[in-house]
Design a protein around this ligand. Structure first.
Ligand code: FPP
Length: 232
């Protein structure tokens, strides 16, 4: 699992939290918050790759989110359908490969199919990697990797274990941003974010601007990443 030793973060993750509260404050239904979140996400993806980020991993739906009311989930699933049908061509044009991590048996089969098609369509993208975590739980992913290791029946190294996670082949996370004011990881990339720098924003995700993203990157550049070692 390689980690950036340059000043710029190579792999950025975002926990896109606060859509519901953004909507509530405007007396709108929660789904309006998710729609606004999707609109913001589309621009932010473009912006992040334009600034040179190589890997962007976005937490779209956790395993635990799947127990939300049916109406909210159906609305989110419609947004996923929209995304995976209408927003894939621009990724191909920009050389961005798409990957989705999470348990696809937990989401509607038609969305799992659209995801597989989108991954296939973008698989040649070499400029950057965009990953969505959907139906994803970091603890569940670690348990699944342990089960693979058990069936292999031999001791694991950090590297061989990391390859068994659904993020196998991706870089370790350099910078993890969470919007929405909460300061927790909520079961996102627990193994992969071991040495990630953390940035928490009070802004709800639909209000998290490109400039806010740039501020997080600027702050990241000032961090002294020692990975547990002494300063050089
Ligand atoms: C968390 O906010 C956000 C989600 C559970 C959904 C995130 C989805 C998007 C940004 C839209 C589209 C995504 C894709 C991949 C097409 P919350 O509802 O928990 O907010 P709250 O904490 O204010 O209630």
């Amino acid at each position: 699992m390689a980690t950036s030793d340059m000043g710029a973060p190579y792999h950025v993750g975002i926990i896109m939290d606060g859509n519901g509260r953004w909507a509530k404050r405007r007396l709108l239904p929660r789904l309006a918050g998710h729609r606004a979140g999707m609109k913001r996400m589309l621009s932010l993806i473009e912006h992040a790759f334009d600034t040179g980020i190589k890997e962007l991993t976005l937490f779209a739906l956790s395993t635990e989110n799947l127990s939300r009311p049916k109406e909210e989930l159906d609305g989110l699933f419609d947004l996923f359908r929209l995304y995976f049908t209408q927003h894939i061509t621009p990724l191909c044009e920009k050389g961005i490969r798409l990957r989705v991590i999470g348990d696809r048996t937990l989401i509607p089969a038609d969305i799992a199919r659209l995801i597989a098609e989108a991954e296939e369509k973008t698989k040649g993208g070499e400029r950057a990697l965009l990953t969505f975590a959907i139906g994803y739980g970091g603890q569940q992913d670690i348990v699944a990797a342990c089960n693979k290791a058990v069936s292999e029946g031999k001791p694991q190294t950090l590297e061989s274990f990391a390859e068994k996670l659904s993020t196998g082949g991706m870089s370790a996370m350099d910078l993890l941003i969470r919007t929405g004011g909460e300061m927790r990881l909520s079961n996102f990339l627990l193994f992969e974010a071991a040495y990630a720098e953390l940035w928490f924003s009070e802004k709800m995700f639909p209000a998290f601007s490109d400039e806010d993203f740039d501020e997080a990157i600027r702050d990241y550049r000032t961090r002294d990443r020692r990975f547990g070692k002494l300063r050089k």
